[in-house]
Design a protein around this ligand. Structure first.
Ligand SMILES: [Zn+2]
Length: 368
């Protein structure tokens, strides 16, 4: 079991320095906040055990320190945190995603979750897997308490907690007209945290106005395969998005690539809104190639093979991951009736944070 700088438990190696740094005792880790107190960088020599004893349930290490120090690690905790595994996917939840196109989502046989009797775990799972989920039969006054109880505080925008989307003379945004909206993510022009978008349909009696959803991650995956050069251009070219608000007196500008990659080179965020694209800072020689890449990607978003079209009914609540699902709207005729949607935003972190809490709380709360 002993070696110079690590020990082995159930075929997994653990460095002494890692074990010492992760000591679970109350002097090293605060007992109720679970935050680290011990500072591993304070020591000038690497930690060494005097003894290490592997029991049935736990690993006990007496460290060669003055004053003496003992660490006890439950084996179940060690196995969950083991890092000695090849090709380990570290990002939680990634494997749960189901990337979809039109035929994929039709085969999925999507359900509207009946509020308030629906099972929370089923819509949460769907929002993770598909990037969106529907609830139905919700009253408008039930929306804010539902979001607060299940996800977290509402993110206030210039509109306040709720942003009404209905036809308005002197519109602030194309959303307040009867124009069609091509698939886009919301707030491409603001430096927000990744958002969860909530659409609540209050009234919908117009001709047209169907909602269109596309899975941006699925499109990015196909686009990368079909056009690797264009994909790189979109992952590397900063685009300036803008919004000029006469009513609110804000002029937002944000510079961001259309595709944002994570440290493993996977697409983690899509930022796209054609109506907000203002400029890109490119040399003359690269401009035409950029337009070719941009237009090719845009055509994927508008390809019906990727689009899931639905007509939202009053009482429907659609929740979406803004960084992944792009949404649009078909044109409608204003003299055929009324269309009134309320939009609410929350930080996507509240959704993942609550989910992670439910998944991992046993690791923290069982010993108290
Ligand atoms: Zn300790």
């Amino acid at each position: 079991m002993f070696n110079h700088n690590y020990l082995t438990v159930e075929d997994k190696r653990f460095h002494y320095i890692w074990l010492r740094d992760n000591c679970l005792c109350p002097q090293c880790r605060h007992p109720t906040s679970f935050q680290k107190i011990h500072n591993i960088s304070d020591r000038t020599t690497p930690p060494k055990p005097l003894s290490a004893e592997l029991g049935k349930e736990e690993l006990t290490i007496d460290w060669d320190e003055n004053p003496s120090h003992q660490s006890i690690f439950p084996l179940s905790w060690l196995m969950i945190h083991a890092y000695d595994q090849p090709h380990r996917r570290r990002e939680k939840g990634k494997e749960e995603k189901i990337l979809w196109d039109k035929s994929g989502i039709e085969a999925y046989s999507l359900q509207y979750h009946d509020f308030p009797n629906c099972d929370r775990t089923s819509w949460v799972k769907e929002l993770f897997q598909l990037g969106f989920t529907f609830l139905e039969n919700m009253k408008l006054e039930e929306l804010a308490p539902f979001l607060a109880d299940n996800i977290g505080p509402i993110y206030h925008t210039e509109y306040g907690a709720f942003a009404p989307v209905k036809f308005k003379p002197g519109a602030n945004d194309l959303g307040e007209t009867d124009y069609p909206l091509s698939p886009h993510t919301d707030y491409p022009y603001r430096y927000n945290h990744p958002l969860l978008v909530c659409f609540y349909m209050v009234e919908n009696t117009v001709m047209g106005g169907e909602s269109v959803l596309v899975d941006g991650f699925r499109i990015a995956q196909d686009f990368r395969k079909d056009h690797p050069d264009y994909f790189q251009i979109l992952a590397q070219t900063p685009i300036q998005f803008q919004q000029f608000y006469t009513e609110f007196q804000y002029y937002y500008q944000r510079t961001q690539t259309l595709l944002k990659l994570d440290y493993q080179g996977e697409v983690e965020e899509i930022t796209f809104g054609h109506s907000h694209v203002y400029n890109w800072d490119l040399p003359f020689e690269e401009m035409e190639e950029f337009y070719a890449a941009y237009s090719a990607f845009f055509r994927y978003l508008e390809n019906p093979d990727y689009q899931y079209c639905i007509r939202l009914q009053p009482g429907n609540c659609l929740l979406m991951q803004n960084a992944r699902i792009l949404h649009g709207r078909k044109a409608f005729s204003t003299n055929s009736g009324s269309r009134h949607l309320e939009v609410v935003y929350l930080s996507w972190d509240y959704f993942t944070g609550r989910h992670n809490f439910e998944q991992h709380k046993h690791l923290y709360l069982s010993n108290n």
